[in-house]
Design a protein around this ligand. Structure first.
Ligand SMILES: [Zn+2]
Length: 70
């Protein structure tokens, strides 16, 4: 299990960055949610964002980043 924290989503419509409704504590559960079609509603523009590694960012326990932070 790879611990992650501070998962954020970048909206493809307005470029706002926001924290999703569901918190993810490890990379495996985030990846399985993405594979299952994770969607979040952007609080800035109200559009639905389909989440993928291309618009998500997170931190690992050692402080390094994943997704857009990598
Ligand atoms: Zn937006």
């Amino acid at each position: 299990m790879t611990r992650i924290s501070d998962v954020k989503i970048r909206c493809g419509h307005c470029r706002a960055e926001f924290t999703g409704a569901v918190a993810f504590a490890d990379l495996e559960s985030l990846e399985s949610a993405i594979a299952a079609g994770l969607r979040e509603t952007c609080p800035s523009c109200g559009q639905v964002v389909i989440c993928s590694e291309k618009n998500l960012m997170w931190r690992y326990a050692d402080g390094s980043g994943g997704g857009l932070y990598a």
